[in-house]
Ligand binder design. Structure first.
Ligand SMILES: Nc1nc2c(c(=O)[nH]1)N[C@H]1C(S)=C(S)[C@@H](COP(=O)(O)OP(=O)(O)OC[C@H]3O[C@@H](n4cnc5c(=O)[nH]c(N)nc54)[C@H](O)[C@@H]3O)O[C@H]1N2
Ligand SMILES: Nc1nc2c(c(=O)[nH]1)N[C@H]1C(S)=C(S)[C@@H](COP(=O)(O)OP(=O)(O)OC[C@H]3O[C@@H](n4cnc5c(=O)[nH]c(N)nc54)[C@H](O)[C@@H]3O)O[C@H]1N2
Ligand code: SF4
Ligand SMILES: [Mo]
Length: 755
């Protein structure tokens, strides 16, 4: 279904330029108000989940104060954390449900009409095409309670197998790697250990921009004498002060890690005791890298062999070390192999499960950790249980009061759901906390899927670009409008406070899901009176599982400012450092080495598409930008997507700063202003992906063929492109441009409607 056309100029005439929304002055005026109350909670953005105090005045969030006692961030916040409160009371907030009326636009409706239409459409589609023809997409900006509830709602009320979540774009390669190697999916240590490690490898993680508050732990480590190794095709801010920076070509991480491991073997910088007693698979893995000489590594990765050797020597000779990575190595067709190649390096030197020794992926979204444990993945049940395991199925079915045979089996992953919609196999969709038209790769395919749906509804507090395609949008709640918990990237369960109530007629997400479940005939399975009831159910259900929350209660979390899972009993203190007992959760109780043969990316540069395109983030914008592109001050920092390009590559194409450049891949073309910087490889360009429509980086990225065969994660980090100057220059007022472009969907002319 196409979105309804309203010219952009009309929108601007009605809503004004973006500064109309939240000016610096109004922000200042708000911040200076004396609050009635300060509520301790956590940032709604990245996985670090910094502690913050929200200022409440007249039952509204009007500002923030640092929460200095919270042990991770000790009051520190990044630009997004500082500005997040401006989403509250934002004029774009959805204040009641809206429905699409062809030829008119979206019109406000009452909840009764919204609920009854949604439920009758769900029933119609499932009766006509089968239960699995109605799918659900979810997200892990949601609290753990909401994530758990979504999993139960989809399986028990919707009775569909086709539920998946946005962690499919984010956490799943690391999750699958962790499970293969350790039998459990959590980073091994709290960040406190990082500050005392002798050597730190940071690969594919732009910590300064994406996890800004973690930077101070790295600085602390450096003050303590640590050597820092950064692996990234760009000279990211941390690389500028690193001891070694390995500027590898995107998509070559296993080659780099295997070459480093070979150096460790050749120099016998190995922990034989650990390898012999606590691991399996070493001989086989070591054999597969015999050919990975420094010369081979240099050829594949483009990193000088001396640098690879230097990094391996630093790592090899250290007594304590920490390796962290994020999406730079994970968002690849071989993301799981990349993760395993990092784990091999850690295991070979036995530096895990000891003080100041650790390994971990830095979770992305606010609840990237908690949300990936409790069952809204297509192959997972709560407690990180396996939906195809008969024993696991029985435990969960018994808790939910349904026969095991009625519990749906493994469904399609996020992008496969889009594919199935395009193929006509899925006809209806309910989304919550996901904006796939901006964030899934080759997004033309996402748009065509949305146009094919017979019925689409979603729950959000803003009208996202994806929801502009919906039939009905249900006005939901911000993080601070509902009690709950999240689990930080360290594995620490923390409390989210319901500081305020949703504005207007908007409702809490949990209330919406409960009401839909009731109308689908399952009221007795969703009788929670508060978020804590949901948490208590998931505590019980997770008992004895791979993600054991049983011993964690709201009271304990509040008292201790967080509890690390696993926490199997009420008197258990929680587990900040994993594996001290060397008892891994794999079938043989050992940590597993895995062979990680080098495979090239789906697209290598060639004569037609000679340049490597990689995508990622900037500090002031968050994910699809639905939230951060509405906060004027964050827009001012970085108003529109720019294409980073090295001066030498730019010169080859006659490109100068501010020139508009057309990037073309095998899927599509898009135009971005050039940002000529020396901080990127000479064969690559980088574009951040937080914008929609003509500015979406995901017009260009590799779709279905780039999915990792194990994790189904897309290959966002590498594809082949060609670049050319358009002959035009960047718009003068980029803030105005940013506002306009926010509302232009696709180059083919269709435009959205205002809220
Ligand atoms: N400001 C901001 N912070 C965020 C977010 C946000 O949107 N904005 N999102 C949050 C979320 S959900 C996530 S997942 C995280 C993401 O956090 P990160 O993964 O740190 O962020 P990215 O920018 O996606 O990618 C990281 C780096 O990978 C590098 N890279 C590209 N290709 C390769 C490769 O092949 N190998 C290696 N080794 N590196 C490569 C890029 O140059 C980039 O610097 O950030 C979280 N924090
Ligand atoms: N090219 C490229 N694409 C990428 C990436 C990349 O590096 N490059 N990174 C990928 C990664 S790591 C990620 S995590 C994804 C993110 O992709 P998405 O999850 O699609 O992005 P979000 O902006 O988080 O979209 C979430 C939506 O949920 C809403 N929302 C937030 N909190 C709540 C809540 O509590 N309740 C409700 N009801 N709604 C809520 C927001 O308003 C927003 O509209 O993008 C991926 N896409
Ligand atoms: S570092 Fe992450 S959690 Fe902390 S304030 Fe910034 S966005 Fe929020
Ligand atoms: Mo993410």
């Amino acid at each position: 279904m196409a979105t309804l056309p309203v010219p952009v100029d009309e929108i601007i005439a009605k809503w004004g330029p973006h500064k109309h929304y939240m000016t610096k002055e109004s922000a200042k005026a708000r911040a200076s108000q004396t609050p009635d109350e300060l509520v301790k909670t956590h940032c709604c953005f990245c996985g670090l989940q910094c502690g913050i105090k929200l200022k409440i005045k007249n039952k509204k969030v009007v500002g923030f104060e640092p929460w200095r006692e919270f042990p991770f961030n000790e009051g520190r916040l990044c630009p997004k954390g500082v500005q997040r409160y401006m989403q509250d009371n934002h004029p774009d907030r959805l204040l009641q449900p809206i429905k699409r009326v062809e030829g008119v636009g979206f019109v406000p409706i009452e909840w009764e009409e919204a609920y009854s239409t949604v439920v009758s459409e769900i029933k119609r589609i499932q009766e006509q095409y089968g239960r699995n023809a109605f799918a659900m997409l979810s997200g892990v900006s949601l609290s753990t309670e909401k994530s758990y509830l979504v999993g139960k709602f989809a399986r028990v009320a919707l009775k569909t197998a086709n539920l998946d979540y946005n962690g499919r774009l984010c956490m799943v390669s690391a999750g699958a790697g962790n499970k293969k190697a350790f039998g459990m999916d959590r980073s091994s240590n709290s960040w406190a250990d990082l500050a005392h490690a002798e050597v730190i490898i940071i690969t594919g993680a732009n910590i300064s921009e994406c996890f800004p508050v973690l930077t101070y732990r790295i600085w602390e480590a450096r003050d303590n004498g640590a050597k820092i190794i950064v692996i990234d095709p760009r000279v990211i801010p941390l690389a500028r002060t690193a001891d070694v920076h390995l500027p590898l070509r995107s998509g070559t991480d296993t080659a780099l890690m295997s070459t480093m491991l070979k150096v460790l073997i050749d120099n016998d910088w190995l922990d034989h005791d650990f390898i012999d007693n606590y691991t399996s698979g070493w001989e086989e893995t070591a054999k597969t890298i015999e050919h990975c000489t420094l010369e081979w590594g240099e050829k594949i990765t483009g990193v000088p062999k001396e640098l690879i050797y230097k990094a391996a020597e630093m790592w090899g000779k250290a007594k304590t070390s920490f390796l962290v990575h994020a999406r730079g190595i994970e968002q690849h067709r071989k993301g799981v192999l990349n993760v395993l190649s990092c784990i091999n390096l850690v295991l070979a030197t036995g530096r895990i499960g000891k003080p100041y020794c650790g390994y971990g992926t830095i979770t992305g979204q606010g609840n990237g950790q908690g949300g990936r444990e409790h069952g809204h993945k297509c192959d997972q049940l709560p407690g990180n249980r396996d939906i195809e395991n008969p024993e696991h199925r029985q435990i969960v079915a018994d808790f939910w009061g349904i026969p095991e045979s009625e519990l749906p089996r493994k469904g399609l992953s996020a992008y496969e759901i889009i594919d199935a919609i395009n193929k006509g196999e899925i006809k209806g969709l309910l989304s919550i906390c996901f904006n796939p038209i901006i964030t899934l790769p080759n997004n033309k395919y996402v748009k065509s899927a949305l146009e094919k749906l017979e019925f689409y509804t979603g729950i959000d507090f803003f009208l996202s670009e994806t929801l502009r395609h919906a039939n009905i949008v249900l006005a939901g709640s911000l993080q601070e409008e509902e009690e709950g918990t999240t689990t930080t990237s360290e594995g620490r369960v923390v409390r989210i406070s319901g500081a305020v109530t949703p504005p207007g007629k908007a409702k809490r997400d949990i209330e919406i899901l409960k009401e839909l479940a009731k109308r689908l005939g399952q009221e007795d399975k969703f009788t929670y009176s508060c978020s804590e009831d949901i948490f208590n159910e998931l505590r019980e259900i997770s008992k004895g599982s791979y993600a054991d929350y049983y011993g964690i209660t709201y009271e304990k979390v509040e008292k201790n400012m967080g509890v690390f899972w696993p926490c199997p009993s009420l008197d258990h203190p929680g587990t900040p450092r994993l594996w001290e007992d060397r008892k891994f959760k794999t079938n043989d109780g050992k940590a597993h080495f895995n062979p990680t043969p080098y495979q090239p990316p789906v697209e290598e540069p060639d004569a037609d598409y000679p340049v490597v395109l990689t995508t990622g983030r900037v500090v002031s914008q968050y994910l699809s930008g639905t939230q951060t592109r509405r906060i004027g001050k964050l827009v001012d920092i970085y108003p529109e997507p720019l294409m980073e390009i090295h001066p030498e590559l730019a010169a080859k194409y006659g490109i100068e700063e501010g020139d508009l450049v057309r990037i073309t891949t095998r899927r599509n073309s898009a135009v971005f202003p050039a940002n000529v910087v020396v901080t990127i490889r000479k064969d690559s360009v980088f574009v951040p992906y937080h914008w929609g429509g003509v500015n979406a980086a995901n017009q260009l990225t590799v779709g279905l063929e780039g999915l990792d065969p194990i994790s189904k994660m897309p290959e966002f980090k590498v594809c082949a492109c060609k670049i050319e100057k358009t002959g035009e220059k960047k718009a003068k007022d980029s803030a105005e441009y940013a506002y306009r472009s926010r509302d232009v969907l696709f180059a083919d002319g269709d435009t959205p409607i205002p809220n």
